[in-house]
Ligand binder design. Structure first.
Ligand code: PEP
Length: 276
């Protein structure tokens, strides 16, 4: 069975004060939320601070879970907050000014790494092939790729959504085999819905998620059945439950609403409630 994953992409937002306030707020707001993996991807500058704050918060969650487990043998632990990041380079060291390696991300406790976000594809000219190389390098280094795919508004209007998503996934499948998707996360994010407030309807998102899963199933039904596919694009507490009620939507990649502890926690709770 697939486990839901709700991840916050903080993009280029943050300060020491904001990071610390948001993590503390999330820790409090997520108290008692079980059955969903919750991850955050702050800017890399703040990974060190986030790691320190999360290790405090998570050890508190662990000791609560242990005392709960002592009183009830099969009680589930509270969800811990997983640390992620927004990008990665294709090398672990060397003359690559300004880049960040998987080894560095790992050293700071980041495990879930967003790649192929439409903002990177657009502003940094990242191609499907380049993103697929990042995917392979993350896996080689034992990290979880969160592979963003999705179509532009023009592609959507031209009826090309599924073909675009298939092409973006095929860049991975054709170079690494469909099994490479095991343990990875796919985030379907229609570009026109990102940061616009113009979210896809839950029915439309479900239709595309099902088509993405069917495309993967052409290569392996087992991989398709197990791969987590998140929806991303203007997810808010008000619309989250409708997405998570869909059978092929396994969580969300959240931008704007992830910058507010209560909103992000409400989205995570909606996933936990719908999927358990
Ligand atoms: C994103 O940047 O991945 C995203 C989905 O942003 P928003 O939730 O703000 O649309």
């Amino acid at each position: 069975m697939r486990h839901p994953v709700v991840m916050g992409n903080w993009k280029l937002n943050g300060s020491k004060e904001m990071v610390s306030g948001l993590i503390k707020g999330l820790d409090a707001a997520l108290n008692g939320v079980e059955g969903v993996d919750v991850a955050i991807a702050p800017p890399v500058m703040y990974l060190d601070l986030a790691e320190q704050l999360l290790s405090k918060a998570n050890s508190k969650a662990n000791s609560k879970a242990n005392s709960k487990a002592n009183s009830k043998a099969n009680s589930k632990a509270n969800s811990k907050i997983i640390l992620g990041s927004q990008n990665v380079d294709l090398h672990n060291n060397g003359a690559f000014t300004g880049d960040i390696s998987p080894a560095m991300l790992k050293e700071f406790g980041a495990s879930h790494i967003i790649i192929g976000h439409s903002e990177r594809r657009e502003y940094h000219n990242e191609s499907d092939e380049f993103v697929a190389k990042k995917f392979a390098f993350l896996k080689e280094n034992g990290l979880t790729p969160v592979l963003c795919i999705g179509e532009s508004e023009a592609q959507n209007e031209a009826g090309e959504t599924v073909a675009v998503c298939a092409r973006q996934i095929d860049a991975v499948i054709n170079t690494q085999g469909v099994e490479a998707l095991n343990g990875a996360i796919i985030a379907y994010e229609p570009i026109w819905a990102i940061g616009t407030g113009k979210a896809a309807t839950a029915d439309d998102a479900q239709r595309i998620h099902a088509a993405i899963r069917a495309h993967i199933a052409e290569k392996s039904e087992e991989v398709a059945k197990n791969v987590v596919i998140q929806y991303g694009g203007s997810v808010k507490p008000e619309n989250a439950a409708a997405y998570f009620a869909q059978p092929d939507i396994d969580g969300a990649l959240v931008g704007g609403a992830a910058l507010d502890a209560e909103s992000f926690a409400a989205i995570a709770k909606a996933a936990a409630e719908a999927k358990n």
